[in-house]
Design a protein. Sequence first.
Length: 316
Amino acid sequence: MVPMRVTPSNPTVYIVGAGGQLGTAMQERSARVPDTVVRPLTSADIDITDPTSVAAALGDLDPDDVVVNCAAYTDVDGAESDAEGARRVNTTGPGVLAARTADAGAWLIHVSTDYVFPGTVEEGSRPAAGDGYEPDDVSGTPATVYGRTKLDGERAALSADPRTTVVRTAWVYTGGPDSRDFVGTMRRLEQSRETVSVVDDQLGSPTYSHDLADGLWDLVAGGVRPEVAGAVLHATNSGSATWFDVARGVFEEIGARPDRVLPTTTAEFPRPAPRPAYSVLSGRSWTAAGLTALRPWRHALHAAIAASDAGTGSLP
């Protein structure tokens, strides 16, 4: 990892959604920006859908401060039957936060998702380049309630505060054996099943939560520059993989036989919300903004599992 840049102002950084996967990783990696005051805010501290609650929780917000919004309604299947709940958190919430940062002159960094893209493989629906969607690729109408509410949330935030920086990411995991993400699930299934069938027709960008957190701290440390103010950026570990690829990688890392992971199709595992067949995100916008590219996904997976097994949370 390269040394972090440090902004002269040493802002207070408010981490909204601090109790979640990414919010936790942000706190664990906050030492990478020395002398910065970090204020974690969980759902018990702030209701991002309520302007009164936001005003109270962010009442001391100064122009040099940064609000990183990691809060989201991430139950992709649950959102299909709870569209209003998803819309409150994913659309209304970012707009309310952005109105507060605009009023204070502070900087909002809002985390979004690959699900804003159509994710299909029909002619014309995938990006022309082979290395993933760019931020300005046409999103069309996302296929899921989750994707639609997240896309609307990006627009709400940018409308309320044009200096907002939107950071899209994808397939985030922590990797511990008890984590509720895909990697944690595969680790548990390896213990309980002889073989595991995993879909091999969904291609995306697996992203280690601690690498994403490091990237967000890199963004914070660089300050609200013209290259990032009002921009939409993509931040994922580099490269692409199917869930089948990731599962085999997990088995290899924990010393299990990867041939115990069997390929299957999305059609064999129907879900309430359709999963994108293609949702790779290009990292060109990230590096073009002067930010450090996140390492290849396979290297990150190795580090994630090694760190969780060592009990350290993350590796340098």
